[in-house]
Design a protein around this ligand. Structure first.
Ligand code: NAG
Ligand code: NAG
Ligand code: NAG
Ligand code: NAG
Ligand code: NAG
Length: 945
């Protein structure tokens, strides 16, 4: 009975919602055909209006379709009255070359065919009078290069594409040729039988070829005359809102026109009414119609393939003795059968053919010898066939990532498809690509990304995810069970969040049986072993009990610590000031074993194929390339068994379990198997900075100034974290370009913590027995006094900045035999006010002079003596951010790059003597210093070839 009632209720709900949906559909049909999306880019969020030229199609703001870019209006004299509203505003996307900005059109039918139209009207919206060129992508594939050459011209591009998923994306890609912008974007659903040549594997894009008599460069024409009256037909004449433009008035042609409807029922891709076909072109004198086109310069397509569609309908009632018959030729080859072709009276027909080859093509309609009337042509379209070779991320992963992005408000470069094309893959993702199927997401690095709220259920949909790092965020709430059900997950880092409650038993079990590396440390309210010991927070009685026990213990401990502290201080005063008594940090995490994976020596041997590929040499041994079970590459750093090596190994292991930051290379695990010691790190695909600056890659793909600035900022962040976020602070002591590693996306991370020291104010441990570091980077003050502080790292970082600007090594060769220190060299050049002469020529002159000056100044400040005059790493980060902003403004062309006279040149004119002792003049000095700097570089990336 109850069941029947529920069923009845459900039926009623279903019926009423169906009715409501129909009513909504009806309303929409009245306003516009369902599925039409009409976007006016650049109008305020929430704005909408009925467009006059389309008899009321509703245009809406683009704010709901993209979260990038800024709005602007066009400027006089281009804000012409009578221009369609959508051309009066634009959205533009400031950013660096290579940046991608996307619109996402949702609620499309997967596998459905759509007409997409993008419109561009520059109108000097930025006041620079410099129209840009940029790329337009449909989904993950290049659609067209938008080359705006006239500020007052409208550029329209149309494509017919099949939606691969339930959303479609249109992206603008900055090619370094000006800021991308867009004025309008339309989406029109087509019938399934229209343009069957468009498939998931290829799109059709309307040929972009400008004919002198036509207004626009797209190739879809009607032959109504005069052109000035009948410019463009679109909705409602064309129910699918294709734009048909007038071919223009040509003296050799005239038009014949009917006022009776043409039957278009025989052309599936045409639906009534079709006024477009009521008028046809025909020669004034003569027996032929010819037109040509050549390759579409906006599409880089060597094996061009075109789809030509010709529409015919006889529009004159012919007397019985008259005959209209003609041959259709393309490039002098006949298309039709030998008898020629005769259009049917008031009945439309479509003749279509694929034309291949990238050279010029000619279409000729030539009357047959027996014909008494010349040929006619009612309309035509030419499409370029665009192969969709780039495969997108699989549907489930892409949707999960978009949800994660909105859920946590992540911006980064997270636009468009997560994995494809490869060069636009989102930061923090690893994808696995295959030639035959879509890409899958295998790793997600979201450490220190400012995530807050609960762990979202969308993570569950990442079916191939092996590695998930959510550490160092503000995530709260429980650790969800579904994490244990993720089929591929092998590594899960939840440490340093605000998660609470028990860690699900299934997860712990996976961890214990070795199928999952699990880190949960530093979550104050998380219990990791047994759910039953977790105290529900609201049990006040328990809390009082806890307080009753904890408080006395805490007080006792405190007293003990104070006593211990005083004793230590007294003792410390007696011991030799130079004793190396750096105290290793007490690990905040519950246990290292729990946080990091333990490898046996046998496992390492297997992972590295018996230590086959050496990719570098660390402070205490060689570094090998290895692979985890899941195929992720890792760097395995072996430790040679010397007392020095042992100590460095321990130091590095200890520090690395303590520090987690996206700009510090992260430890995956370690090996302590009898006499074998090793550390296993994430592998950095981009190699080290020195190789990128001066190795083979530096000439082939030189780093741009923007990339150099980003690398500087990343590394500065890493060092700032060591100095400021670690308690007690850590001093790296070996900052240099070989210890800055790069990811494939050029994200920089600091590596090699073998010399890192704990800097403890209370215990004055900053006197070290033996200054260590690397020649050329070593702080002379530290070297002379053994007095260690964070400022020594700042000094070394200054050298790194100079290398980024100049591309030179720390010892600059000025003659065949003579080298001077890079700082001295830069100061000499800058004292002559000559910045161009020090800038790395590999940047090709593409940089903002002000921004380079500022970095050079900063670099020299980092090397000031005494060290208290140097900025802190926090100051450095702030300065570098400003330099970055200058560079971005410059890239946008917001100001001219002439160095402003207000720039403070004092740093450049400092006493040249102060760096004199850094010059590598005396051979003996070099030897002496070299013994110190003998720790050769650690390199976790690929070895230079
Ligand atoms: C844009 O067009 C101009 C003029 O035709 C040409 O010189 C330029 O190379 C084109 N730019 C691109 C990126 O195609
Ligand atoms: C698209 O290409 C794939 C792989 O080449 C093929 O299996 C599939 O049948 C093609 N689909 C269409 C609609 O052509
Ligand atoms: C061409 O079209 C115009 C506009 O419809 C019409 O007035 C004119 O008569 C047509 N010319 C011919 C020869 O039919
Ligand atoms: C439509 O095509 C069919 C078959 O090709 C033909 O028999 C019919 O006459 C055509 N209809 C019109 C109105 O021309
Ligand atoms: C077509 O034929 C004409 C004359 O017969 C000739 O001038 C022209 O070059 C030919 N075009 C092609 C593409 O072969």
């Amino acid at each position: 009975m109850a069941a029947a009632a529920i069923l009845l209720f459900l039926c009623l709900v279903a019926v009423s919602s169906e009715l409501a949906a129909r009513a909504r559909g009806q309303q929409q049909a009245d306003a516009a055909p369902s599925g039409f999306v009409s976007i006016d880019c650049g109008i305020p969020e929430g704005a909408a209006y009925a467009d006059q030229s389309t008899r009321g199609l509703r245009y809406v703001s683009d704010a709901g379709f993209t979260d990038a870019g800024l709005n602007a209006g066009v400027n006089p004299p281009y804000n012409i009255k009578g221009l369609a509203d959508r051309y009066l505003t634009a959205r533009y996307f400031p950013g660096a070359g290579g940046a991608r900005s996307c619109y996402t059109l949702r609620a499309v039918a997967p596998g459905g065919r759509y007409l997409i139209r993008a419109a561009f009207y520059y109108g000097n919206y930025d006041g620079l009078d410099r129209p840009p060129a940029f790329d337009l992508h449909v989904g993950v594939n290049l659609w067209v290069t938008v080359n705006v050459t006239a500020a007052g011209a409208v550029y329209i591009f149309e494509a017919v594409a099949v939606a691969p998923a339930d959303f479609l994306q249109v992206c603008l890609v900055n090619r370094g040729l000006g800021t991308p912008f867009i004025s309008g974007l339309d989406l029109r659903p087509l019938q399934d039988d229209m343009y069957p040549e468009a498939t998931v594997n290829q799109s059709l894009t309307l040929l972009n070829f400008r004919r002198p008599t036509a207004t626009y460069s797209f190739n879809r024409y009607h032959f109504w005359r005069p052109a000035s009256t009948y410019r463009v037909f679109r909705y409602p004449f064309d129910p699918y809102d294709r734009l048909w433009q007038s071919f223009g008035d040509i003296d050799a042609w005239t038009n014949i026109t009917t006022s009776t409807a043409v039957d278009v029922s025989n052309i599936s891709s045409f639906h009534m009414p079709s006024k477009i076909l009521w008028s046809a072109a025909t020669p004034v004198n003569g027996n032929r119609i010819d037109f040509t086109w050549s390759s579409d310069s906006s599409i880089n397509n060597g094996d061009a393939s075109y789809l030509l569609l010709l529409y015919f309908a006889e529009v004159q009632r012919l007397p019985s003795n008259a005959l209209r018959r003609f041959d259709i030729l393309v490039d002098n080859a006949t298309w039709n059968s030998s008898q020629g072709y005769s259009p049917k009276y008031l009945s439309a027909e479509l003749v279509k053919r694929t034309v291949k080859g990238s050279s010029q093509h000619t279409v000729s309609l030539v009357a047959t010898p027996d014909a008494t009337l010349p040929p006619i042509l009612n309309a035509f379209e030419i499409y370029t066939v665009l192969p969709m070779t780039e495969l997108a991320t699989n549907d489930g992963d892409a949707k999960a990532m978009m949800k994660i992005r909105t859920e946590y408000g992540l911006k980064k470069n997270w636009m468009g498809d997560p994995c494809a094309p490869k060069e636009f893959a989102w930061d923090g993702l690893n994808c696995s690509y295959s030639s035959s199927g879509p890409a899958w997401i295998t790793a997600l690095h979201l450490a220190s990304s400012g995530l807050s709220g609960q762990i979202d259920a969308s993570f569950r949909d990442l079916k191939s995810l092996q590695y998930l790092d959510l550490s160092n965020n503000n995530l709260s709430g429980p650790v969800p069970d579904f994490l244990a059900q993720m089929p591929s997950l092998k590594f899960l880092d939840l440490s340093s969040n605000k998660l609470s409650g028990p860690v699900p038993a299934v997860l712990l079990q996976k961890h214990q049986n070795g199928s999952l590396v699990l880190r949960t440390g530093n979550n104050a309210n998380l219990c990791d072993n047994d759910a039953s010991t977790c105290e529900p927070e609201n049990k006040i009685g328990n809390r009082i009990l806890v307080i009753a026990i904890v408080v006395p213990i805490a007080v006792a401990t405190l007293l003990f610590l104070v006593a211990f502290f005083i004793l230590c201080r007294m003792k410390n005063k007696q011991v030799n000031r130079t004793a190396n008594n750096s105290r290793l940090p007490s690990p905040r995490e519950r246990s290292n074993i729990f946080e990091n994976r333990h490898f046996t020596y046998k496992e390492l041997k297997l992972m590295t194929a018996n230590f086959k590929e050496e990719i570098g040499r660390g402070g205490f041994g060689a570094v090998f390339l290895g692979y985890l079970e899941n195929g992720s590459p890792v760097a395995v750093k072996m430790c040679s068994k010397t007392s020095q090596g042992d100590r460095e190994f321990s130091a590095e292991a200890q520090h690395l379990t303590r520090v987690h930051h996206r700009n510090l290379v992260s430890l995956i695990g370690y090996c302590k198997d009898k006499k074998h010691l090793a550390l296993v790190y994430e592998y950095m695909h981009g190699g080290n900075l020195e190789d990128r600056l001066r190795g083979e890659a530096s000439a082939a793909t030189p780093l741009t100034w923007h990339q150099r600035l980003k690398i500087a900022l990343d590394s500065a962040h890493g060092l700032e974290y060591l100095h400021k976020a670690c308690q007690p602070p850590l001093i790296h002591r070996d900052v240099k370009t070989t210890n800055i590693l790069l990811s494939a996306e050029l994200e920089a991370k600091i590596s090699d913590f073998g010399l890192t020291k704990v800097f403890d104010n209370d215990f004055r441990t900053h006197i070290t027995t033996q200054p260590a570091g690397t020649l050329g980077y070593l702080d002379p003050e530290y070297y002379n006094t053994s007095w260690l502080s964070e400022k020594s790292d700042v000094y070394s970082f200054g050298v790194v900045l100079l290398e980024l600007i100049t591309g030179q090594p720390p010892a600059v060769h000025i003659t065949g035999t003579e080298s001077i220190h890079i700082a001295l060299w830069v100061r000499q050049k800058l004292s002559m006010g000559n910045i161009e002469s020090i800038v790395d020529p590999r940047m090709g002159g593409e940089y903002d002079v002000n921004s380079v000056w500022k970095v050079a100044e900063l670099a020299l400040q980092c090397k000031e003596r005494p060290s208290r005059e140097r900025p802190t790493m926090t100051d450095v980060v702030v300065e570098l951010k400003e330099c970055m902003e200058l560079d971005v403004l410059h890239a946008k062309g917001y100001y001219s790059s002439a160095p402003s006279s207000t720039i403070n040149l004092s740093a450049a004119s400092v006493d040249l003597q102060s760096d004199a002792q850094e010059s590598y003049a005396g051979q003996e000095t070099v030897l002496e210093l070299e013994q110190l700097g003998n720790r050769s570089s650690t390199q976790l990336g690929p070895a230079p070839r």
